[in-house]
Design a binder for this molecule. Structure first.
Ligand code: NDP
Length: 309
């Protein structure tokens, strides 16, 4: 893009923005709190279903429940043994689907290997699918139907771009990763007609040869592959906006926990080249939880509309 990188690097160093996901998430949470307080009596209620005692899942669900509490959303937790059969798990979801007092249902992934995650996600009533993993909601996303639920991480990415006024129209967005929960929906959101959106989107994955050929031509790169510090400075042009979704643990004896979290981007070397970048931690992660809360409030409002119609 630029043959003499020095002045551009200097320029972008001066104007590079580290996007504070915690700050944006806090804004969303306080907006939701005001909205929830305005509801006359009933409160939105979300049910978390956790299978087993995987420490990461325990911690994620706890974090989500704490955030719900701050907003005034009621949360319930159903913990099931990791020996549970698929049939029994589907039965538990059916009960929650039928319970009028539960507005949102989230089945915490990953699930044990003997459970078919896709079947489980598709069993959640689409009007309670606050995670947005259900095939109906993914279809609604493709049809650009506003009433559907968008999975929380891609919704969080879109909200970052919107609130930071990062122009996507006419831009080239390269998405690294094509998972159903991050890569695909993130790309679909940016492809849709609207703002943010109207971008030209390229999806890359593990079978894409010469990734740098695509990333070097991107205006915006969304990286969601789960490989620590994968996107290196030689793959990025100056002035690019980078959204780093990856959450990876790197061993670090200086930390009490024995590890530190890093993203999919080689942050220290790539950040100076960017016009804006999300850090890890503190970028996309907090947005995911905030958008889950937003989806729960949306599910509650949807339940009110359907009960009065
Ligand atoms: P998946 O494992 O489901 O998907 C990874 C994707 O990356 C796949 O499409 C895979 O390609 C692609 N990929 C893997 N290796 C390469 C490579 N060398 N070059 C190009 N593409 C590659 O992961 P998720 O989408 O669920 O998550 C991605 C990352 O985001 C993880 O670190 C996860 O922890 C994090 N995450 C963070 C969240 C947050 O709140 N911040 C929420 C959700 C996830 P292929 O399809 O060909 O296998």
């Amino acid at each position: 893009m630029n043959s003499s990188p020095f002045p551009v690097v200097l320029f972008s160093k001066l104007f590079m923005e580290v996007i504070d996901g915690n700050e944006i998430a806090a804004q969303i949470i306080s907006e939701l709190k005001v909205e929830v307080n305005s509801f006359s009596q009933e409160r939105p209620t979300v049910l978390f279903i956790r299978v087993g005692e995987d420490p990461a899942s325990v911690s994620y669900v706890r974090k989500k429940q704490n955030t719900a509490k701050k907003i005034g959303i009621t949360s319930q937790l159903l913990v099931l043994p990791d020996s549970i059969t698929q049939e029994d798990l589907l039965d538990a979801i059916s009960k929650a689907n039928a319970d009028q007092e539960i507005h949102g249902i989230l089945v915490q992934a990953p699930l044990p290997a003997h459970i078919d995650e896709r079947k489980v996600f598709n069993h959640v009533n689409p009007t309670k699918d606050v995670d947005g993993f259900n095939a109906t909601n993914l279809g609604k996303l493709c049809q650009e139907m506003e009433e559907g639920f968008t999975s929380c991480t891609p919704a969080g990415i879109l909200e970052i771009l919107k609130r930071k006024k990062i122009v996507t129209e006419g831009k080239h967005v390269v998405v690294l990763g094509r998972s159903l929960i991050v890569g695909k929906p993130a790309g679909m959101l940016l492809l849709r007609k609207g703002i943010p959106g109207n971008a030209t989107v390229t999806f890359c994955h593990s079978r894409t040869p010469d990734l740098a050929k695509f990333t070097q031509k991107a205006d915006i790169i969304i990286v969601a592959i789960g490989k620590p510090q994968f996107l290196t400075a030689d793959m990025v042009s100056t002035g690019t906006t980078i959204i780093d979704v990856g959450i990876n643990r790197l061993a670090d004896s200086a930390k009490k926990s024995g590890f530190r979290l890093v993203g999919d981007v080689d942050y220290d070397k790539v950040a100076p080249l960017c016009s804006a970048i999300t850090p890890v931690p503190g970028g996309v992660g907090p947005m995911t939880v905030a958008m889950l809360m937003s989806n729960t409030v949306k599910a509650f409002k949807l339940s009110l509309e359907t009960s009065y119609s």
